[in-house]
Design a protein around this ligand. Sequence first.
Ligand code: GLN
Length: 415
Amino acid sequence: MTQQQPSAAPQHATSPRVSRRFAHFGQSVFARYTALAAQHNAINLSQGFPDFDGPEVAKLAAKAAIDAGHNQYAPMAGVKPVRDAIAGMWHDAGKFAIDPDTWITVTCGCSEAIGCTMAGLLNPEDEVIIFQPYFDFYEAGVAWAGCGAKFVTLHAPRSAGEPFTFDAAELERAITPRTRAILLNTPHNPTGKVFTRSELEAIARLCIAHDLVCISDEVYEHLLLPGPDGAPPPPHISIATLPGMQHRTITLSSLGKSFSLTGWKVGWAIAPPHLGAAVRAAHQFMTFSGSTPMQHGAVAVLRDAAALAQPLVSLFARNRDVLSAALARAGFVPLRSDSTYFLMADHSALSARQGLADDEALCQWLTREVGVAAIPPSVFYADKHLGRSLVRFAFCKKQSTIDAACERLAKLAAR
Ligand code: GLN
């Protein structure tokens, strides 16, 4: 029998059939730059993932869970031991007691928690306030929900040693009768900012005054890095713990970022039952439940969270400082980062010398010609021009990876 050959598709049938809701996003910047880095053999400091494994204890526990027969659907809200471990970690951090059965929903990474929270909570006539720059999933969350968004700028510091800041009056002006929620991310990707207590109090005040929900993404909660001079890092404060916020906050977090297990996709939402209902309403029809053996594997890590994060904190603080120094020698102005996987730098002087128009041109050139991939932050801004002079580097890598990137950057300094 002769096999039928595929016929050439008519042109109209091959143009991407993407809904208006998602078409304008194009390909995710993370996929684009990780592919470009591979193509040019560049050291990949673009997408934020560690180039080493998470704790051995987690791997053993996940393998044991598979062998023990934990291979069917997890309960919709997550397996009981992982919800207990999340509640225990929350308690150990000095926060209020939560009921693991009614307050916690385990999702397929924090990404799903973001999408489900926004799709489950917001109606098309609603608006959410998002600080820019922002992790680009938040804008996709707006697309999932089909709602509106208002952006409030975290202003870049005038001096490199200062953090990004926002103006509480600007935040208040962004609130309209349609506003339902403020989306907070602390510690903050891509700036490395840890919101201070007084900043969180200003946000809380507005949430309470205007009856808003706070959606707080805290995936970098364990990665608080001491300053280059060894000064203790700013404390991470969950906005849910501020007076009046416990019953109007949905806190999101995950295993991936703090414990180098980004591929496990174990995330969660912590919320009072009336808000958790929104997350669960979407989650039950998005994935229904996350991976069962990986949730069992996560338990061992969450029970010992603070101790397991400690070696990563030392490594990442060291990497941040070495990379910052190399960037400064190469003609960038590295900005302060107190947490996360990332540091931002201003590239305007270097780009002017090289004749590069903006952050995208800089990142293309850096990946292709220098062999170090980074992210152009204009994708993290609704007002794109605000990101043009910036570049984001990930330092969540082995020491040897960062050192190799610094060697490549040193050639730039010698030019
Ligand atoms: N959060 C990671 C970053 O900002 C990447 C997430 C992703 O690739 N989707 O780099």
